[in-house]
Design a protein around this ligand. Structure first.
Ligand code: SF4
Length: 457
C-alpha cells in the first residue's frame, strides 16, 4: 500500500506569480494545502515530477496547479480519511494516457485573446465541429459548448451530429470512447487533454475484472450478469457485451438491475461500489447478500461461501468527488439552513444517500432544483462546477454544495481552454490531434452492451 506523499513542485519560468505549494497525494489529483487563506486554481503546462515514494524516479508528466489569486478555501480532493478510500486511490493509480506537452504560449496567452481565437476557429470550422461540454466542466469551457449534458446524453448527442466531422469532447476519456463507439465511422472524437481520465473508471482495469470473473467461474458460481457503469473504459463495456452483460447509467440503474435479474441470479457490478449498493438497496436486496470485491485481495477479500451466497458482487471503486460527501455535512446543512432540501448523487456512499431527501443522476439533480418553487433552499452533493452554475442560473433559490471544501473533479479540470485552442488550431490546419478511437473489435462488443441498455424500457 502506498501512503499519500508530499510533493513540492518545481516552478517553471514565466507564469503568473507562482508560489510554492505542497501537493499531497497523487499529483494528478487536485490536492492543495496552503497557508494562504484561499486561492483560484488553474492548471499550468504539464510538469515532470519525482515521486519520492517510488524511489524518486520520474514517473510521469502531470498537469500541475497554480495559485494565482486568493479566492477560495484550500482544496482537498481525496475522500475523507476513514472511508478506506484515501490510500486506495494510490494503489490503483490514475490516468489512462499521457498528454504531449503543448507550447507554453497557449498558457501565457491572455484569456481574452485565447477565447477570441477559440470563437474565431469555432466560426471557421462551422458545422464540421461540435463541441460537447460535460456539466462538471468549468464555465470557461462550457461557454463554447454546443451541447451541455451528462456523460451518456453527450455521447448520444455526438452520435446524432452526423454532419459534424469532428467532436471536441470536453469531458473525460471514457465519455470520448463512448462517443466514438456510438458515432459513425466518418466522425472523429477529440479529447482536448488526453490526461482527462476518470479516477473511478481507472479503478477497474479490464484484466483485473477478467481475473475476478475467472475466479467466480472456477468456484462454479453461475448465473452472474456483469453490469458496468457508463463511467468505465470501453474494454469493460466490451467485456459485458461478450459475457451477457449490460451498461447502466445513474438514471437507469434500477431498471438495468431488473433486466439483469430476469436473466441471472446475481449481479457483478463495476466500477462504482456505491452506485451498485445504492441501486441494490432500492431493489430491496439485503446488505448481507452483497459483497465487495477488492482486486488486491485473494477472492476479492471474501470467502468462497460468501461469494456463493451473494446476490450482488460490488467492485471496490468509487468517485473521488462524490465519496467526499458525508452524513455530518448533511446534518450541518440541516442545522444551518432549517427546511433545506438535500439532494445527492447516487455515487455517494449509502449512508449519505439515505440521509438525503432525494438522490439521482446529474440530470435529476438539475431538474428537481429547476422545478422547485422560488425561495427554496438546496444542499447539493455533487461536483462544484455544476452546483455553482445552478447557483448563478437560479438566484431566486439558495443553492450550495454540502462539502465546505471547494473540490472540483480534478480529472475533468484537466480540460482547459488552452488545450481546446491547441486542438482546434490543428483541426483548422487539417491535422487531427488527440483523437480517441476504440479498436473495432472492442467497439463492436461494447456496442452490444450499450444496445442492451438502450433496449431497457
Ligand atoms: S466526477 Fe467522479 S466519476 Fe465523474 S469523471 Fe470525475 S472522478 Fe470520474
Amino acid at each position: 500500500m502506498h501512503l499519500p506523499f508530499a510533493q513540492h513542485r518545481v516552478e517553471p519560468e514565466g507564469l503568473a506569480t507562482p508560489r510554492r505549494v505542497t501537493v499531497i497525494g497523487d499529483p494528478g489529483q487536485m490536492v492543495v494545502k496552503s497557508t494562504q487563506r484561499s486561492a483560484t486554481l488553474w492548471d499550468a503546462p504539464t510538469q515532470t515530477f519525482n515521486d519520492s515514494t517510488r524511489g524518486g524516479a520520474v514517473v510521469a508528466d502531470k498537469p500541475t496547479l497554480w495559485l494565482v489569486e486568493p479566492q477560495l478555501e484550500p482544496a482537498s480532493c481525496v475522500p475523507e480519511e476513514g472511508t478506506g478510500a484515501y490510500a486506495q486511490l494510490h494503489d490503483y493509480g490514475v490516468g489512462p494516457m499521457r498528454q504531449a506537452t503543448i507550447p507554453r504560449e497557449y498558457f501565457k496567452m491572455p484569456a481574452e485573446e485565447r477565447d477570441a481565437r477559440i470563437w474565431e476557429l469555432k466560426a471557421q470550422l462551422g458545422s464540421r465541429l461540435t463541441i460537447l461540454g460535460h456539466h462538471y466542466q468549468r464555465d470557461e469551457v462550457i461557454q463554447f459548448a454546443d451541447f451541455q449534458g451528462d456523460s451518456y446524453g453527450l455521447s448520444k448527442q455526438a452520435a446524432e451530429q452526423t454532419d459534424a466531422e469532428f467532436t471536441l469532447f470536453c469531458g473525460v476519456h471514457f465519455m470520448a470512447e463512448s462517443a466514438d463507439i456510438l458515432g459513425s465511422p466518418n466522425q472523429h472524437v477529440i479529447l482536448p487533454n488526453l490526461e482527462a481520465g476518470c479516477s473511478m473508471a481507472d479503478m477497474a482495469k479490464a484484466e483485473d475484472v477478467e481475473a475476478a470473473w475467472a475466479e467466480l467461474e472456477r468456484l462454479g458460481i453461475t448465473g452472474v450478469i456483469p453490469i458496468t457503469y457508463m463511467n468505465s473504459a470501453a474494454s469493460l463495456k466490451a467485456f459485458c457485451g461478450r459475457n451477457g452483460g449490460i451498461v447502466c447509467t445513474s438514471s437507469n440503474a434500477t431498471r438495468v438491475y431488473d433486466w439483469a435479474f430476469e436473466r441471472g441470479e446475481r449481479v457483478f457490478f463495476f466500477p462504482d461500489e456505491h452506485l451498485g449498493r445504492n441501486t441494490a438497496v432500492r431493489k430491496d436486496i439485503p446488505l448481507d447478500a452483497m459483497v465487495v470485491w477488492d482486486p488486491f485481495l485473494p477472492l476479492g477479500g471474501n470467502t468462497e461461501d460468501e461469494l456463493k451466497a451473494a446476490k450482488v458482487i460490488l467492485w471496490k471503486g468509487y468517485c473521488s468527488v462524490h465519496a467526499r460527501f458525508s452524513v455530518e455535512q448533511i446534518e450541518q446543512a440541516r442545522m444551518t439552513h432549517p427546511g433545506v432540501n438535500v439532494v445527492v448523487h447516487p455515487e455517494c456512499r449509502m449512508e449519505v444517500v439515505q440521509a438525503a431527501d432525494f438522490d439521482g443522476s446529474t440530470e435529476f439533480i438539475i431538474d428537481i432544483i429547476r422545478k422547485a418553487p422560488s425561495v427554496t433552499t438546496w444542499g447539493v452533493g455533487t461536483e462544484i462546477n455544476l452546483v455553482r452554475r445552478l447557483q448563478s442560473q437560479m438566484p431566486d433559490k439558495t443553492i450550495f454544495c454540502l462539502d465546505p471544501v471547494i473540490c472540483p473533479c480534478s480529472t475533468m479540470y484537466r480540460i482547459h481552454p488552452a488545450y481546446m485552442l491547441w486542438a482546434m488550431e490543428h483541426l483548422a490546419a487539417g491535422t487531427i490531434v488527440n483523437e480517441i478511437s476504440v479498436d473495432p473489435v472492442t467497439a463492436h462488443a461494447a456496442k452490444i452492451s450499450l444496445d442492451r441498455m438502450l433496449s431497457v424500457p
